[in-house]
Ligand binder design. Structure first.
Ligand SMILES: Nc1ncnc2c1ncn2[C@@H]1O[C@H](COP(=O)(O)OP(=O)(O)OP(=O)(O)O)[C@@H](O)[C@H]1O
Length: 700
């Protein structure tokens, strides 16, 4: 863990010093906030009353985005939005009305007491006040109904927006943390509600100030004195949200404790139980906690907001006392103009203003977060994909190979390192080879030698750092991505099962025909998954991993047996074995073949969990189906495939060690021959297959 932290420190300081990164390291301030480190872009404009122009600029720059956001939310349901805002604003109106009623009440009581006659006005005022409270209860009740309806409309709209924005991201972009979107659909509603809340607070404060400034007991001077505190507090408020910053932790003990804590997740459970390491995890966790001591883990944003000295807080409290001081001084200096009721009324005004100010301050401190969340939300749709689209149509009408069913592939001096790769060596180094259209190529080599990476470059999951991948004579980057991918079928062990039905898991190989049960069934037969579909009562309609919606709380083992049984049944999902998963994924690939557009089939070790018969049948069917198309198989197993291969590319440490046919490579006696011999030894009488007699020995 210490090494990780050292590396992280080094990485940060080297990146900031790196002139190619573009920024200047001096432009950042590094802050330590508990377990967090914050790299904060330095503000370059002079500060006045704690407010920087940068902060103001950020808010004004966000204005068009805010306007767009509010317009979009309004368009979702104008009537509901208006009702929601009116109900919110009622809170502000109500506070002014209550101020008015209670000040009138005090005055009338005072007059009544002085004159000693029945106080009809006071009784009327009290009834009106009660009516206001009834209205408040009704508006609160109405808000309980409007709020969830509007919330779900806003959330659904932005869920849809984010789904589209995220699904269009390519692999390097979506895994790159600097461009990965942190937006969540729930942020949209929180931001809208937060902004409405601030609007309500501002409206409440302005109405109170307007009302008080008109009153004989208040007046303009009192109102001005009352606004000193909010102006002071808002200008002194520290927020990170409106500043460009990076937050990370390099606290060894904290990171260690977090890692150990995460080992309670269900994906580690089997290993933790089998390895009997629960005790070790707990004691290591406690040790990490002890080492952490009292260092604060509170989030960096809250810690940044905390004042380093009490000066600002003291000043804020004092400015809050100014209204009291004002009327106290007035009462002493001009006693004739003051009565007990006017003093009580001023006190009420002060208390009410103070409350509104505090609430406003509380909500305004969240505005920065709302603005940032809205910005992140919209920026998700503008994240630029790292894999640029080409404009050439594939297959090319003019290409010599266009008539062929296969794809003509040539790699010329291709080098590639994964983005942010920590390995000392690149995944591919100066790789060159040629696979003619319609050929069967097999890529072999040790673990980590770059075999799968070649397949990923052909699918344009990534682009080469240098060198060129040619497809049908043109650089691969020139083609339209959608055309290129449409012409390829891949089968790897990285494919996942979708949380959808078994039928959809297969049918999505050809999305346009996902509901064609006949076609899906045929693909299932080809991929060896037909028996699996028969196994489940719901067959193709079986939902594999439905999203969990069953929850049970406060259930007693004895008293609530039937409820627990219901819950158990609801929680049960359909399970498939590793081999069955591979059969389903293979069936999806066969479904893809039915598009009739496939020119390249890449198969990357998809059979690790298949039984020998299953594996043999799968490869045979793939070879039959792919007949005439270019086929690339990545494998560790030597046998039928290598025997039939038109070309074998043997990889070693990111380079092509050698290439040729099986016979040629065995005759060469190099890397391929030695890999082959290791496997052949297990099946032959003689320990080593010599180069000379190897020609007929590939069957094992
Ligand atoms: N997503 C990734 N990010 C960073 N490095 C990666 C990534 N995938 C692979 N690598 C690294 O690239 C190198 C080549 O990996 P690749 O998967 O191409 O090897 P392989 O020959 O297919 O290995 P295997 O036989 O184990 O499947 C390895 O050193 C690996 O650690």
């Amino acid at each position: 863990m210490g090494a990780i932290v050292e590396k992280r420190e080094k990485l940060v300081s080297e990146t900031l010093k790196d002139p190619t990164v573009g920024d200047n390291a001096d432009a950042y301030t590094s802050l330590d906030l508990g377990v967090w480190k914050v790299l904060l872009a330095r503000e370059n404009v002079a500060r006045g009353f704690g407010v920087s122009m940068d902060r103001w600029n950020t808010v004004t720059a966000a204005y068009p985005l805010l306007l767009r956001f509010l317009k979009e939310v309004y368009a979702l349901d104008p009537q509901m939005v208006i009702l929601f805002i009116l109900l919110k604003l009622w809170g502000s109106v109500e506070s002014v009305l209550l101020l008015y009623v209670s000040s009138r009440l005090l005055q009338v009581i005072e007059v009544g007491l002085a004159e000693g006659r029945p106080d009809v006005h006071a009784i009327t005022q009290a009834i009106v006040a009660r009516l206001i409270l009834t209205l408040t209860a009704t508006t609160n009740w109405m808000r309980d109904f409007t709020c969830p309806v509007l919330e779900s409309r806003v959330s659904r709209y932005f869920e849809d927006y984010l789904l589209r924005a995220n699904l269009r991201l390519d692999l390097p972009t979506s895994t790159d943390s600097s461009s990965k979107s942190q937006a969540r659909p729930g942020d949209a509603w929180r931001s809208f509600d937060g902004l409405c809340e601030v609007a309500q607070r501002v409206f409440a404060l302005v109405s109170q100030l307007a009302f008080i400034s008109q009153q004989a007991s208040g007046g303009l001077a009192f109102t001005l004195v009352a606004v000193v505190r909010p102006v002071w507090t808002l200008t002194m408020h520290r927020t990170l949200w409106l500043k460009p910053h990076v937050v990370y932790s390099e606290n060894t003990a904290y990171l260690r404790a977090q890692s150990l804590q995460s080992m309670s997740a269900s994906r580690y459970r089997a290993d933790v139980i089998a390895g009997n390491i629960a005790g070790w995890i707990t004691s290591e966790y406690r040790r990490a906690r002890d080492a952490l001591g009292t260092v604060s883990e509170e989030d960096a944003w809250s810690q940044y907001g905390m004042e380093r000295t009490p000066v600002s807080k003291i000043a804020s409290e004092w400015t809050g006392e100014l209204p009291t001081l004002y009327w106290a001084l007035n009462a002493m200096l001009r006693p004739a103009k003051f009565s007990m009721s006017s003093i009580a009324i001023l006190q009420q005004y002060s208390a009410s203003l103070n409350y509104s100010l505090q609430m406003l301050f509380w909500d305004v401190s969240e505005v920065g977060k709302c603005v940032t969340d809205i910005k992140i939300l919209y920026e998700t749709a503008n994240i630029k994909n790292q894999i640029a689209d080409g404009d050439a149509v594939y297959p090319r009408a003019s290409a010599d190979v266009s008539e062929s069913q296969g794809m003509d592939i040539e790699l010329q001096n291709v080098s590639f390192a994964y983005p942010g790769e920590k390995s000392k060596e690149s995944a591919l180094r100066d790789v060159s080879f040629y696979i003619p259209a319609g050929a069967l190529a097999v890529i072999v080599g040790a673990n980590g030698s770059g075999k799968s990476t070649i397949i990923k470059l052909l699918r344009r999951m990534y682009d080469a750092d240098s060198g060129v991948v040619h497809v049908d004579g043109l650089p691969i980057a020139d083609y339209r991505l959608a055309d290129l991918r449409q012409a390829q079928a891949t089968l790897t062990q990285d494919h996942e099962l979708y949380p959808l039905t078994l039928g959809e898991n297969i049918g999505l190989g050809y999305a346009e025909h996902v509901d064609d049960e006949e076609m899906v069934m045929q693909a299932a037969r080809d991929g060896g998954a037909a028996a699996l579909l028969d196994k489940f009562t719901d067959g193709m309609k079986t939902n594999l991993k439905p999203v969990m919606t069953a929850y049970g709380y406060q259930l007693d083992d004895e008293k609530h047996k039937s409820l627990k049984t219901v819950l158990g049944k609801l929680e049960k999902t359909a399970e498939v074995s590793g081999g069955e998963k591979q059969r389903l994924v293979a069936s999806r690939t066969f479904m893809r073949f039915r598009t009739g557009k496939i020119k390249l089939l890449s198969v990357d070790e998809p059979s690790s969990a298949l039984d020998p018969t299953g594996e043999f049948e799968l490869f045979e069917r793939l070879r039959e189906t792919g007949e005439g198309k270019t086929m690339i198989f990545v494998t560790h197993r030597f046998g039928h495939l290598t025997k039939h291969a038109d070309i074998i590319i043997c990889m070693k440490e990111g380079k092509v060690a050698e290439s040729g046919t099986h016979k040629e490579l065995i005759a060469l006696g190099g890397e391929y021959a030695s890999l082959y011999n290791v496997q052949a030894q297990a099946f032959t009488e003689s320990e080593v297959i010599s180069e000379s007699n190897s020609e007929d020995s590939e069957e094992y």
